[in-house]
Design a protein around this ligand. Structure first.
Ligand SMILES: [Zn+2]
Length: 208
């Protein structure tokens, strides 16, 4: 348990308060819980408090937060990258990841009753460039994830997402290998199949 100085809303105003935080450090990840005079802090605020105070709490500067977004999805798995490049979402990008997990990924996981593996979620500008993503990719803003479910074809997974009536913005069955799904304010309900033809990616309408 460490004491950190942080901010918590008291009534209608933010106040500087003493937070009592537990931080479990596990290699390069940490799990945190912070409590102030008004009770437990939302994950977002706790993340900020510990990020600011990281050096005082003995958290290495390269540690990544293992922040639980929903019952089965963490911020860590939605920001993982094999590029070795920095991939830290800002406040609005984290909010978009949380909304994606809350409205699409977790309801899907609950309906399937088995793990939904995220192969790519948020991408910083550097990561997006490195993996050849278009600058307007919804991965950039934290609105999209590429997912895979063991024992299920990408097409079966895409069709299941549509059949469940999940409020996705865009759903793409990509190359028969994974499903790209996004959640955002546009709510286009767009369904596409990505195929490679003559070395180029083409998009066909509809997955049903
Ligand atoms: Zn994608």
């Amino acid at each position: 348990m460490v004491g950190l100085i942080g901010r918590q809303w008291i009534g209608t105003r933010p106040a500087i308060v003493l937070l009592r935080c537990t931080i479990q450090l596990n290699q390069a990840q940490f799990r945190l819980e912070c409590c102030g005079p008004q009770g437990e802090l939302p994950a977002e605020a706790a993340f900020h408090a510990v990020q600011r105070a990281g050096m005082h709490a003995g958290v290495p500067s390269n540690a990544r937060p293992l922040m639980q977004l929903t019952a089965n999805f963490t911020l860590d798995e939605l920001t993982r990258t094999t590029t070795g490049l920095p991939n830290v979402p800002n406040r609005s990008e984290r909010a978009a990841l949380l909304a994606l997990a809350e409205h699409v990924l977790q309801p899907l996981r609950d309906a399937l009753g088995q793990p939904v593996r995220v192969t790519s979620g948020f991408r910083s500008t550097a990561v997006n460039r490195a993996v050849g993503g278009v600058p307007s990719s919804q991965h950039r803003s934290g609105q999209a994830a590429d997912i895979h479910v063991s024992g299920m074809s990408a097409m079966a997974l895409a069709r299941r997402i549509v059949a469940l009536g999940l409020p996705f913005d865009q759903l793409i069955e990509e190359f028969g290998q994974w499903v790209h799904v996004s959640y955002g304010p546009l709510q286009r309900r767009q369904q596409l199949i990505a195929v490679r033809r003559e070395g180029r990616t083409r998009y066909l309408q509809g997955v049903m």
